[in-house]
Design a protein around this ligand. Structure first.
Ligand code: ARG
Length: 584
């Protein structure tokens, strides 16, 4: 497995710093950065000179002399007040390319082997349409699953479905009183299922709001459901099954890895709630206040200045969202053996998770060695900058939205390749359109809001998946055009052009980029890396002919860079959940 050259440089510079100033430099960061004057610049001498009260320029000169220039480093130059400009040996670049090329992991070492991440994502609610917030959670969660698995971790997916709560009393009561409204058992699509559920929800709600006697029966129904009454459970199960049919339809269109076995909804934790509440009370973590069992926090106050508690048990005796999350933490730590628990949920729930994590720490459910992270994200906005809604102010139907992304992509695909027949165009548009929706989400910094604009998403220009997918396909077409018998192979003795060096160096940073993405849960950094890679490749291809290279050796060397670029783009996009066909 190959370390990045920037990492190797950091080690060499740190060793030289230590040789010159001794112990004071041992933990120091050599601050290796890309440079316009050389391949890299090391800025770490300045802070160290300050610490040991030495002259930075003089110190830099001594460090430069202590750096070996017969291996990875070809030349060192002291610049400015005490920077080191570092130029790498062509042979070092060649060795890196050779080591990555042809390796299934492109030379990237897994760092998380033996560790378990539990990831809570997607989390739609039963009997309700998924909204764009669920889309974000699903897309970001799926990318993180792929990235963390690639990093060697065991990843346990948990789809924390909203499948419990008092609203089910109303829905079940309505269903029981209107048996004729049931959907037949015959095969039907997720779309049919969700439209039935939406109508049911609307009708039940109207009746609940307009008919106090019905509302009363609905409230009693909650109690019979919780008591395990067979008729109530059967109706509930029917709604769960129909909802899953719809969710699975959405997941299949999105090509995400969630399956039925990952669905561990809120109802799963019902049997544990009373015990969790009793345990929190016994430990003194939760106290009774105004009839409710609450946990209080320093500095968490409402607009009225009164403390805002986390409510474990409501004054009517019922358990809510928070109790379920506390029981889930115990299950994830004790049974699923998590070292890390991720919650891919929108930023508006930040306070909820802060309180839940803090409570779990106090109660010992979350031991020191286990990390819990709210991987939060911003909102999806319409072109008017307001929360994304239909003109009539309703939630946008997700299936329709994905269909329209594919429709938009048909035009892009046809523009690029007018000879495609309708069926082929449609198939390619599915890959392009769905990729575009995912990429638009993943390429913006997670915590920011973004505007849902299909025209921009499927554009061939700019930082879009469409641009990257076509760049990848074009690179494959270059490989197909190589004279017969050309092998993509590194010739270590060949001198490299500046554009070749830039491309080789950027390719070499793939592993370090993935490590940063996995550590910070920031897929957008991978998107930026891939976009820069495609641009660096364009620059290389303009300056360094491949098919018409000056010699066979240079051609094979360049073919190696072309091949590695294609493989890096493909793997990078795949880790974001986006497919990149070799031909488009
Ligand atoms: N179902 C919730 C919603 O739609 C999100 C659940 C988030 N996950 C959790 N463990 N609380 O807002």
């Amino acid at each position: 497995m190959a370390k990045a050259l920037s990492e190797i440089l950091a080690e060499e510079v740190r060793a030289a710093l230590t040789a010159v100033v001794g112990e004071a430099a041992r933990g120091a960061d050599p601050l290796i950065r890309p440079s316009d004057h050389a391949d890299f610049q090391a800025n770490g001498v300045l802070p160290l000179a300050k610490a040991v009260k030495g002259n930075p320029r003089e110190l830099a000169t001594r460090v430069a002399a202590a750096l070996p220039t017969s291996g990875v480093i070809a030349a060192v130059e002291v610049a400015g007040p005490g920077f080191l400009n570092l130029t790498l040996a062509d042979s070092a670049l060649a060795a890196q390319t050779a080591e990555r090329l042809g390796d299934a992991r492109l030379g990237v070492a897994p760092t998380g082997v033996g560790q378990t991440t539990v990831i809570d994502y997607s989390q739609p609610n039963i009997a309700k349409e998924m909204h764009v917030g669920h889309l974000r959670s699903t897309v970001i969660g799926d990318a993180l699953v792929r990235l963390l698995e690639f990093d060697g971790r065991t990843v346990v997916r948990q789809n924390h479905l909203g499948d419990w709560g008092t609203q089910f009393g109303m829905l079940i009561q309505f269903l029981v009183e209107h048996p004729g409204d049931r959907l037949s058992g015959a095969e039907h699509s997720g779309e049919v299922a969700i439209s039935w559920l939406t109508d049911l929800y609307r009708d039940a709600r109207a009746k609940f709001d307009g008919d106090p006697e019905f509302a009363d029966r609905a409230r009693k129904r909650v109690v019979t459901l919780q008591g395990g009454d067979a008729e109530s459970l059967a109706a509930w199960e029917e709604m769960v099954a129909e909802s899953k049919r719809y969710f699975e339809d959405v997941y299949a269109r999105l090509d995400v890895r969630l399956v039925d076995a990952d669905a561990v909804g809120e109802s799963f934790y019902n049997p544990f709630l009373a015990e969790v509440a009793a345990d929190l009370e016994e430990r003194g973590v939760a106290v009774w206040s105004n009839g409710a069992l609450c946990v209080f926090f320093d500095g968490v106050l409402g607009p009225d200045g009164e403390p805002v508690p986390l409510i474990v048990r409501k004054s009517d005796g019922g358990f809510g969202y928070a109790a379920t999350d506390l029981a889930a933490i115990r299950y994830r730590v004790d049974t699923l053996k998590a070292d890390q628990i991720l919650y891919v949920v929108d930023s508006r729930q930040a306070l909820h998770f802060r309180m839940v994590f803090e409570t779990a720490r106090r109660a010992g459910y979350l031991p020191d060695g286990v990390e819990a992270v709210h991987v939060q994200f911003g909102s999806v906005l319409g072109k008017d900058g307001k929360p994304f809604k239909t003109r009539a102010g309703q939630t946008v139907r997700l299936i329709e939205l994905l269909d329209s992304a594919v429709d938009h992509a048909v035009a892009t695909v046809a523009e690029k390749n007018p000879d495609l027949d309708a069926e082929q165009a449609r198939a390619e548009a599915r890959v392009v359109g769905i990729g575009a929706v995912k990429y638009a989400d993943l390429s913006t910094s997670r915590t920011k809001d973004y505007i849902f604009d299909l025209d921009r998403m499927v554009s061939l220009n700019g930082n879009t998946s469409v641009y990257l997918q076509y760049a990848h396909a074009r690179i494959h077409s270059i490989l197909r055009k190589l004279p017969a018998g050309t092998v993509a192979r590194v010739h270590p003795g060949t001198a490299l052009e500046p554009a070749e060096r830039r491309l080789a160096l950027h390719l070499d940073e793939f592993g370090a980029t993935l490590a940063a993405v996995a550590a910070e849960f920031e897929p957008h950094r991978l998107a930026t890396y891939l976009y820069t890679l495609a641009q660096t490749f364009s620059d290389f291809y303009e300056n360094c002919p491949v098919v018409k290279a000056p010699s066979d050796e240079v051609r094979e060397n360049r073919a190696a860079l072309v091949r590695l670029t294609a493989d890096t783009l493909k793997l990078g996009l795949e880790l974001l959940g986006i497919s990149a066909p070799d031909q488009l």
